[in-house]
Design a protein around this ligand. Sequence first.
Ligand code: VGL
Ligand code: ZN
Length: 197
Amino acid sequence: MPEMSALVVVDVQRDFCPGGALAVSRGDAVVPIINAWIQRAWGEEWPVAVSRDWHPAQHCSFRSRGGPWPPHCVAETPGAQFHPELLVRASVRVFSKGSDPDREAYSAFDGVSEVGQPLALWLRARGVNHLYVGGLATDYCVKATVLDALAIGFGVSVLRRGIRGVNVHPGDAEAALKAMRARGARLIDGLTPPRER
Ligand code: VGL
Ligand code: ZN
């Protein structure tokens, strides 16, 4: 089967960047790297999907309900917006997740498009069998997305410089990378997309 790639950008939202409600250290550093990949994807005519954490005000993952996190990425609030420099254009499909107040949803594969289409179906409809994945955070939503993708049967390349971890416990992001590799993910180290032709 010929390889057909897509780019999947996970949760590059204001609340996960410095100054946000659940800030990842230097989370915004992924933006120029991911933007370079988005531009490559456009050049190669690869589909581009971006996920967003899109919680109701009383989500079960919030401390007010016994969850581990401060309130973050509440739908329609500034904190839930994409980083202002992320190249989200009309051709980029947005998948929202975590909207059920009683269910955590780390993986972009829990996300649905504006018309309710799950990410996996959108990718399959475009003949995609390989994903480049970057975004936030390495140890939560990126990890969950990559492991889901591998389980479904996609080949996965993780953009090593285009991810950043929360590291609630020191070393969490490194452990997440190890887990992703152990299940078959490839790591791509370059700052910019490799030329494959
Ligand atoms: C995330 C914690 C809570 C993430 C989302 O995008 O990695 N982490 N909600
Ligand atoms: Zn969340």
